[in-house]
Write a protein that binds this ligand. Structure first.
Ligand code: NI
Length: 249
């Protein structure tokens, strides 16, 4: 079930049987020479959409611009500064909590979102700790799961791409987007075949260290077929993971 394609009476009805929601959260940033700028938003979005269709879990709109300042040396990248992202996530959560949602599962596609999301959770919990959340506000439970860390999914990615999976513009994430949007595939030869690895600072430093945007990966291996295998495994794992989140105290 997709929030964007529902009416308000349908959401009111949903809330009678469940107070949980999945919010895909991603980024709009360069993903190397053959990866889509939307990769980190598309991956959690497509997995969550299929999981919602199969299970009836409500899936909210994708939070599709995240914390990606280090990619700004490449055209097309859009970022929030961490403080803006913390404020925006807090407002998204506060809106949902007003309607009665008290379990918010953020389904993440971008490593750079982990720190600001964790800070946003602390901000939201602080409203309760300081007693400012309102006496009629039920305590909320927040959770962040990276799609590649769903049970079994990382192992499958490494099994399909034993060499050159890498850590940015990975063969797996590019495959997922090629499965979702086969018409957007790009054929590009990579030089070097496997990109260098290293640490990340600001945008200029990033472009100097990783001139074509990749880190440790060879995404020329990406294919829609590999993407389909990963998505199918991730959909199943996401449904189980969300259900466990809903059951936990
Ligand atoms: Ni990515």
């Amino acid at each position: 079930m997709q929030l964007h394609q529902s009416s308000w009476p349908e959401i009111e009805e949903y809330l009678k049987s469940s107070t949980g929601i999945i919010i895909p959260i991603g980024s709009t940033e360069q993903h190397g020479p053959n990866g889509l700028l939307g990769t980190d938003a598309i991956c959690p979005e497509v997995i969550a959409r299929l999981a919602g269709d199969q299970s009836g879990i409500l899936v909210g709109p994708t939070f599709n611009v995240g914390s990606a300042q280090h990619h700004l040396g490449f055209p097309g990248t859009i970022t929030l500064r961490p403080s803006t992202m913390i404020a925006a996530m807090s407002d998204w959560a506060a809106s949902l909590m007003r309607h009665g949602f008290d379990r918010i599962y953020w389904f993440n596609g971008h490593g750079g979102n982990i720190a600001p999301a964790s800070a946003a959770f602390s901000e939201i919990y602080a409203e309760f700790s300081f007693g400012r959340a309102g006496s009629n506000q039920r305590p909320v439970k927040l959770f962040l799961r990276n799609w590649w860390e769903l049970p079994g999914v990382g192992d499958l990615c490494r099994e399909i791409f034993p060499v050159g999976e890498g850590s940015h513009a990975t063969a797996s994430e590019v495959s997922v987007t090629y499965y979702a949007y086969p018409q957007s595939q790009k054929k590009v030869e990579m030089h070097p075949k496997i990109a260098p690895t290293g640490s990340i600072r600001d945008a200029d430093d990033y472009r100097r260290q990783f001139p074509d945007g990749r880190i440790g990966s060879d995404p020329s291996q990406a294919s829609p077929e590999a993407g389909e295998r990963i998505v199918k495994a991730a959909v199943k794992a996401l449904i189980g993971d969300f259900q466990a989140f809903m059951k936990a105290a």
